[in-house]
Design a binder for this molecule. Structure first.
Ligand code: NAP
Ligand code: G4F
Length: 325
């Protein structure tokens, strides 16, 4: 007998990770439902290649009834909660909104899962931003949390409520503490994409300078396409848990800039200007993952390295701009 086709509901399906996860699960034979919030204009560029194989359901993490409705329609085996106000920089001007979506939104979807079918396996997109100002490096599942932004605080709430639902109700609820991961589908406001896009514009004579804030901040940058596999693996374990996912190598923003401009044979120092208005009220200076638990239990390892990632993003931006997009 053919095994039953598995199905998954992905919140944030039109974002970077949601689109890679949809591609990944479709290749595994899943039926995919994607929660999409109402907007005056659809935002399906990231998911365009797989769009016709996805059933979109209207819903919002701010509206619990919409989540119950989506879960009743999709009847998923697995829920991946990737939706969030995900930009750290905007969490200072929008702290309450960030708390509502990125923090309380997790309770809304967990509660909806509990009410509709508590046997659904649940993945929460936790973040290395929760480590923030921690003095410990590298950071693993036992490192103490010290969020440094309203976003980090909201993610920490989402993380703990996921653990709480696991412990209170015995739900299969897992949390991936993912370090920064990037791709050509990364939003333009994040530093990596801002750099690769502007460097490509400069190369093509479409721009003259790149303004950045803190060049000394260090991040453990990996490729989003590798990280979605780890999300899936977490839900295939016998018991739910929390896993740190990262490369174990850290680079500064300055090093990212150097690598991107060098790939285009440009001297970054001629184009990059530090703009103090782009500094954050409280930044996270160093993130570095200790992902040994994931290596051991999930048998997960990243495939794409730093240089390859930078070059992939620069090349994609040059190609897009050359096509006039
Ligand atoms: P992203 O590209 O910004 O995608 C976020 C998605 O959430 C978008 O599709 C967005 O919809 C949706 N969304 C926002 N508010 C919503 C709401 N109220 N209701 C329903 N959907 C809503 O983020 P990402 O980089 O893919 O990250 C995915 C998740 O992982 C996020 O939770 C993020 O905080 C977390 N995370 C990311 C990283 C990273 O380095 N990328 C690291 C750790 C954790 P629209 O398309 O309508 O805007
Ligand atoms: O690219 P970023 O905005 O990413 P950040 O703040 O690390 O957050 C990302 O990773 C988290 C995981 O750790 C996710 F949870 C979160 O959703 C998001 O995906 O900034 C990276 C660093 C910061 O230190 C920032 O101050 O780059 C520095 N930076 C310097 N100039 C800049 C800029 N960041 C942005 N966005 N824009 C600049 O011009």
């Amino acid at each position: 007998m053919k095994p039953k086709q598995k199905s998954a509901l992905i919140t944030g399906i039109c974002g970077q990770d949601g689109s890679y996860l949809a591609d990944f699960l479709l290749a595994k034979g899943y039926r995919i439902f994607g929660l999409e919030r109402r907007a005056s204009k659809k935002n399906r560029e990231n998911i365009s290649a797989s769009m016709h194989n996805v059933t979109f359901l209207s819903g919002d993490l701010l509206d619990e009834a919409s989540l119950v409705h989506a879960l009743k329609k999709a009847k998923p085996d697995e829920v991946y909660n990737l939706a969030a106000q995900s930009f750290v920089g905007d969490s200072w001007p929008q702290p309450v909104y960030t708390g509502e979506v990125t923090g309380l939104g997790v309770t809304r979807i967990l509660e909806a899962v509990r009410q509709v079918n508590p046997k659904i396996k649940f993945y929460q997109a936790s973040s290395s931003e929760m480590f923030g100002g921690s003095k410990e490096s590298p950071q693993n599942e036992k490192t103490h949390f010290y969020p440094r932004s309203p976003y980090g605080v909201a993610k920490l709430y989402g993380h703990w409520i996921t653990i709480n639902y696991r412990e209170s109700y015995g739900m299969f609820a897992a949390s991936g503490i993912l370090f920064n991961h990037e791709s050509p589908r990364r939003g333009m406001e994040f530093v990596t994409r801002k750099i690769t896009h502007r460097a490509a514009e400069i190369k093509l004579g479409l721009a003259k300078e790149l303004r950045l804030g803190n060049l000394d901040a260090k991040r453990d940058w990996g490729f989003a396409g590798d990280y979605v596999e780890a999300m899936w693996l977490m839900l295939q374990q016998d018991t739910p848990g929390d896993y740190v996912i990262g490369t174990g190598i850290t680079h500064s923003v300055r090093e990212f800039v150097e690598a991107a401009f060098a790939h285009l044979k440009l001297d970054w120092k001629k184009y990059v200007k530090v703009d103090k208005t782009l500094l954050r009220p409280a930044d996270v200076h160093l993130l570095l993952a200790d992902a040994r638990r994931a290596h051991k239990e999930l048998k997960w390892k990243p495939k794409v390295g730093f240089q390859e990632l930078v070059q992939m993003m620069v090349d994609a931006d040059v190609e897009r701009l050359a096509r006039g997009q």
